[in-house]
Write a protein that binds this ligand. Structure first.
Ligand code: NAD
Length: 416
């Protein structure tokens, strides 16, 4: 099997889908890699490094698409809205394409992708199971984001993070409050703690209390119902819940030098956890880093990719944070990708180096977005307003026959 890697075209994207060490790992499994020249350049991986590990470096994107059975990308479809059309024109029937695709934010682009008749797999859809953990790009990239957020906060804060007892007096440690203690939040707790801050955290899912404590953070208890949803994710709560939560958190926020917010609810706009009044209650010079900026932000004043200063508080709303740590973000992404590709191989010993997309596998079924011209993932179909099926295994022939050019309403009409 030939795996193709192209240069990422999303503005500001520095990551590459496969790093040279993984090319060597793939070679051991009988995969050849063909890579576009300069694809790893922005992550510090030179063409020579790929060639040394056995990859064939080619001059153009077209050559990669032409040669590859399977394309490994960091961003495709909804994760690269402006640039994806050019790739759709190069994809061919039956070709496999794997990457982040923001399928629930941009189901329209998945429908467009379906028309290429490629088999597309969206890595954000990986189920949250122990077996899938090694392929989970959301976790690995959240680790990067949580770490980076703390460094940005420390850089902007006009105070030290650690406590100092010096001849010039004693310096009190910074107080850092993390809202949302998922993967990014826990990494933020750990990083802020390493820098010497006094760290507290809160999450809607009470189960994370012990994890926060094990990292040396204090878990803030609030008299609120649990927001634990399916698959380890938080569920969406009603506005009354969020109002009460903001009320309870106002004092904690006011007493913090740094607030890092990471609260997300899959497929939904991020909840507002920090209002303008709460910002106004913080001390001058305080910093908020809003890691939910890509999905609307957890702070009412956040502007994506901008630095806002309001009431003396600096509010950062970075997006695509992993691209700022391109070497390790690429390395981690690449390992997730490798594990995903290996999982696509047949589990039959006789055919162990062959791809088997039809095998019974919850990870394949859970991430499979398009097949034979149709959108097959039930959640994406639902987002398109088309009735859900239970996944590729039971995909209806009807959907495959339905031209993907039709609007969701029309498709619905055909199905009824
Ligand atoms: P996420 O990025 O979806 O959300 C970040 C955090 O924000 C979550 O912890 C969520 O509970 C929290 N949150 C949502 N609304 C909130 C609110 N109103 N107030 C405060 N906090 C709020 O989550 P994530 O980081 O991807 O991880 C969620 C959970 O899933 C974690 O327990 C993680 O360990 C688990 N997980 C499991 C696997 C696996 O088993 N393969 C993989 C990844 C994550």
């Amino acid at each position: 099997m030939k795996v193709g890697v192209v240069r990422e075209t999303f503005p500001g994207e520095t990551r590459v889908a496969l790093v040279p060490d993984i090319v060597a790992e793939l070679a051991k499994r009988d995969f050849d890699v063909v890579i576009e020249a300069e694809a790893g350049g922005q992550a510090g991986y030179a063409d020579e490094a790929y060639a040394a590990k056995g990859a064939r470096v080619v001059a153009t994107r077209e050559e990669v698409f032409e040669a590859a059975d399977i394309l490994a990308q960091v961003r495709m479809a909804g994760a690269n809205p402006e640039g994806c059309e050019a790739d759709f024109a190069l994809l061919r029937e039956g070709q496999i394409v794997v990457g982040a695709a923001e399928p629930l934010d941009r189901p329209d682009l998945i429908e467009r992708l379906a028309r290429t008749k490629a088999n597309a797999f969206g890595l954000e859809l990986i189920p949250r199971t122990t077996r899938a953990q090694a392929m989970d790009i959301l976790s690995s990239m959240a680790t990067v984001a949580g770490y980076r957020a703390v460094l940005w906060a420390a850089e902007r804060l006009p105070r030290f993070f650690p406590m100092f007892m010096t001849a010039a007096g004693t310096v009190a440690p910074a107080k850092v409050f993390i809202m949302g203690a998922g993967v990014a939040g826990l990494q933020a707790v750990a990083t802020a703690k390493r820098l010497g801050a006094v760290v507290s955290a809160y999450d809607i899912r009470p189960a994370v209390k012990e994890e926060v404590q094990s990292l040396g953070g204090k878990f803030i208890e609030m008299e609120l119902e649990s927001g634990a949803g399916e698959g380890g994710y938080a569920k969406a709560m009603d506005e009354e819940f969020y109002r009460r939560q903001r009320e309870l958190m106002t004092k904690v926020v006011a007493g913090s030098d740094v607030v890092i917010t990471t609260a997300a609810v899959p497929g939904k706009k991020a909840p507002i956890l920090v209002t303008e009044e709460m910002v106004a209650g913080m001390g001058a010079g305080s910093v908020i880093v809003d890691l939910a900026a890509e999905h609307g932000g957890n702070c009412a004043l956040t502007k994506a990719d901008e630095t806002v200063v309001a009431h003396g508080v600096t509010i950062l709303g970075p997006t695509n944070v992993p691209a700022t740590l391109s070497v390790h973000a690429s390395q981690m992404y690449s390992k997730n990708m490798f594990n995903f590709l290996v999982n696509m191989l047949s589990k039959d010993r006789e055919r162990k180096n062959e791809f088997d997309l039809e095998q019974e596998d919850d990870i394949l079924a859970g991430t499979w977005m398009t097949k034979a011209g149709a959108v097959v993932h039930p959640d994406i179909r639902r987002a398109l307003g088309v009735e859900a099926t239970s996944g590729p295994a039971t995909e209806t022939a009807k959907m495959a026959e339905t031209p993907a050019t039709q609007t969701p309403e029309k498709v619905q009409g055909v199905q009824n």
